[in-house]
Design a protein around this ligand. Sequence first.
Ligand SMILES: [Zn+2]
Length: 81
Amino acid sequence: MELIKLNVESRCDMHLCRNRAEYRVATGKGGLSALFGGGGLYLCRDCLVKLYEAMGKELVPKSPDNVIKKAIKRREVNENK
Ligand SMILES: [Zn+2]
């Protein structure tokens, strides 16, 4: 999954949005490539921000501290086997 800045004229794919798309969310060659009609999801900047904010409410970024703690815990579990 990657975000590509568009340099071609295209319409935003978001329902009822009439802005010009500035970005494309490409799904790559994986199993999801057929999603959004194969070419990716075209989004204007407004919709991209809205989408990002909506995702941000659901997906809280992991703090590096927690990731380290988890890694240490996992190692301890392995050593105790
Ligand atoms: Zn839009």
